[in-house]
Design a protein around this ligand. Structure first.
Ligand SMILES: Cc1cc2nc3c(=O)[nH]c(=O)nc-3n(C[C@H](O)[C@H](O)[C@H](O)COP(=O)(O)O)c2cc1C
Length: 341
């Protein structure tokens, strides 16, 4: 995938590297009471079950504050028919369809193989019914997992997923039911494919979510003109990567308006490939930043992003990354800026 070059701190002829210990301290944060060594969160579906990239030379889970495992359902799922992924300009479409071995296998076989001293591991909870979300949440509650992310925004399954995430009332019902099933930190992952993400965020906060993940993929499609068929077996897929960054940034800004006053932290995500991208999300109101698609073409991208954020903080005279969160200077109410043409 080709990514447009941008004026990144890491490319700006960076002055002397900041002292390593000070840089590490500047990147550390507490997220829902969990100790994150970095604001970077490796995103669900892009790192398997937390072990996949550890086979890549130079990669370390320690470079991320947390790693979110692949979406997990009550029973195993085979996922969608091929093609499941397709590269697009500055992004990719995917319609994996939540292929996973089921929660029993993940808890019984996958989690025991993870090294919990490396990073925080977060489960991605999925379901077709509220009962299934609760079943999966309960099972992870009895496991060493550090936190759970409720995926009410997957666009690639017919039942559940985004069907819950598109309606604030249904989102709130899922969150409230999962809340009753665990005392571990709950993060709710919101969809950009809905009318009013602010109202949805508000309802999820009232229902007891501890944090929000903003955004999941944006629905899209591609057509093979020689066959006049959709390229993706599922017809539609979720668009990720740099193509969706401006959308994601605005959604984070909007959700921060609702979540900020309640001190509910956001994992901002969608198209982050550089330190500058990550810094934009932090300024918009994200307390942590997700990296997903970027890993497919640069598995070592986290180190570069961490270094760039640390250098930016040093240059700005900020001691810790939390001092940057929500520091956007708009001077305008977002309602005043509705027109683009
Ligand atoms: C191949 C692929 C699989 C994904 N699977 C999941 C998933 O199982 N659960 C989920 O919540 N999000 C899933 N996502 C969405 C990502 O976690 C992330 O929210 C999205 O891709 C935006 O970030 P990015 O542009 O950095 O990739 C998936 C994304 C991709 C590209």
């Amino acid at each position: 995938m080709r990514v447009m070059p941008s004026a990144t701190p890491e490319a700006a002829g960076a002055p002397a590297r900041p002292d390593a210990a000070a840089a590490a301290a500047a990147l550390r944060l507490s997220f829902c009471g969990l100790d994150f060594a970095s604001p970077i969160v490796l995103l669900s579906g892009c790192v398997g079950f937390g072990e996949e990239y550890t086979r890549v030379e130079g990669f370390s889970n320690r470079d991320a504050g947390a790693v979110v495992l692949k979406g997990t359902t009550g029973k195993p799922r085979l996922g969608n028919p091929p093609h499941r992924i397709y590269e697009t300009p500055a992004g990719m479409l995917n319609a994996i369809g939540l292929q996973n071995p089921g929660v029993e296998h993940v808890v019984g076989t996958v989690l025991p193989q993870l090294d919990f001293s490396e990073t925080r591991f977060i489960a991605n909870v999925c379901g077709s019914t509220i009962e299934e979300y609760v079943e999966v949440t309960r099972r992870f509650d009895q496991s060493p997992i550090d936190a759970m992310e409720i995926n009410i925004s997957c666009p690639n399954v017919r039942e559940g997923g985004v069907a819950f995430g598109n309606y604030p009332e249904m989102s709130a019902q899922v969150v409230a039911a999962c809340r009753r099933a665990t005392r571990k930190p709950l993060i709710t992952k919101l969809s950009p494919n809905q009318t009013d993400i602010r109202e949805n965020a508000r309802r999820c906060i009232e229902a007891g979510t501890d944090a929000l993940a903003v955004i999941n993929t944006v629905m899209g499609m591609a057509i093979d003109v020689s066959t006049r068929r959709p390229v993706i077996g599922n017809v539609q897929g979720g668009l990720s990567g740099p193509a969706i960054k401006p959308i994601a940034l605005l959604k984070v800004h909007q959700v921060y308006e609702v979540a900020g006053p309640h001190k509910v932290p956001i994992i901002g995500q969608g198209g982050i490939v550089s330190a500058t991208d990550a810094i934009e999300f932090l300024i918009a109101g994200a307390s942590a930043v997700g990296v997903g698609t970027a890993l497919f073409y640069d598995p070592l991208v986290c180190r570069r992003i961490n270094d760039g954020i640390a250098e930016y903080l040093r240059a700005q005279g900020l001691k810790n990354v939390t001092q940057l969160v929500g520091t956007l200077r708009t001077g305008r109410d977002i309602e005043d800026c509705a027109c683009s043409g």
